[in-house]
Design a protein. Sequence first.
Length: 552
Amino acid sequence: MNRYTLRWSAAVAALAVAVPSLALPPGFRQQADELLAATYPADGPGAAVVISEGGRIVYQSGRGLADIESKRPITPQTVFRIGSITKQFASAVVLQLAAEGKLKLTDPISKYLPAYPNGANITVTQLLNHTVGIQSYTSIAGWMIEANTNRAYTTEQLTAVFKDLPAPSKPGERHEYNNSGYILVGALIEAVTGNGWSSEVERRIARPLGLATIADGVGEARIAAMATGYSAGEKGPKLAEKIHMSVPGAAGALVASAEDLATWGNALHHAKVVSAPYYAQMIAPTKMPNGTLIHYGFGIAPDKLRGVDVIGHGGGIFGFSSDSLYVPANDLFVAILTNSDSAKVSPGSVMRRLTAMAIGKPFVALPTVALDEAAVAPLLGVYKFENTERTVSLADGKLSIQRAGGGRSELFSAGDNRFHYGPDELSWFELRKNAAGKTEMAFHPNGEDQIDLGKWSKPVPVVAKVAVPRATLAAYAGTYSTPMGKAVIAFGEGDSLTIQLAGQPALPMRATGESEFSVEKVGAKVSFVASGAKVSGLEIAQGGQKLPGTRD
């Protein structure tokens, strides 16, 4: 990442660097600068962005503050935690070891990790492509709290957290993103080489390529250019929860600058890290036993953007979020690193907009117009897709959509029966009649031209209103201790309750029974537990996980 017209001041805390572009469209720089300025405040957490073409940096910029207290600005040289982008580095080391004949991708991991349960039925490939079928430790209910995460672990100790837990599926049976699999990738590297996994990344990749900032985050406190990580607080940004960087391990512990990440991307995608045959395996989609292709390779994923083939991966970790993308047809690499884990706009959305602009295929900006309630009324209902359902409903003059098992999102009208999630989001859809006169939803995920088609299946389910006496609601109000921190139950508008987890906004709850409530905004359910005549606790159910809470 590298270019030179410096503009920054302590007041605005922004920096942009310029060099003559190679093939970027006219006006790109101004549009990119405006996008970053509109997305990230000058006086809060921000982002570093880099775009390289043919291995040469053609755009880079920093916006916002690397550290709010000292007002240190973000630059392309600022160092961030890169989260799961780490996985492609760990995968590359494994592929190098395979090329050297020190392991085979088809080997069972029991050959290298003999003590791991069921290791004879798990292959190296299944670790790399997330078909391993073991419990992902980051999804263990209540485990990802400071009491567990803010201490050092060896790879063996971290493996002990999940190795004896019940397996959610058989190896190779399902594709499910799995951080435990990459802890085992780290263990595999250590078993084969006799060195720490991150030492091998440094020895084999960082040093040969001159990547001074790419390192194990365990040592981040000694890095002068390291950004401070933030989360959203009630009164603005707050310091993110603490995590010892041994916890993410080979699944997400590396740190890097945007500049060094661009150098890495250029080397990886030009077969300077792993040989062409192994690179081809790394970026290929995963074929499941039933023939289905999953768009994920080894720590990196093939995808489409504006109809163009791309390859990329993002990363999220306490205090930080990042994303990166390579466009083979343009030999273009784009990365964005941010020092907040709860920004209003995802870095992936910003990155996709920048990439689309850079290749001359920008996303069309949909307008926001007044909602015509009478026109949309006949289109409300449940739309059935191949793998899910989406419900479009209207209440109190606001249109919303809810995916099965997910939270509810507000919708905005763009006119002509087109709807979007807000000006910062890319996904949108059109509600229309097909040739048979049936209503359908043409959904454009991430703003792509290719659609997912959903067919209207039934009206919006009528949810019976449950009246719970105010005295009963008052008995539920209070503070509860959960493995994820405090949960506060309080009265909201009228005779209704809200739930608020530490550092998060209060969310309304709707009674679905005497002691059961729905938190529709996030697709969660809350049940209260009584011990005799007293309310003793609660249980929060969301995404297949259950979180208990004890009344304080």
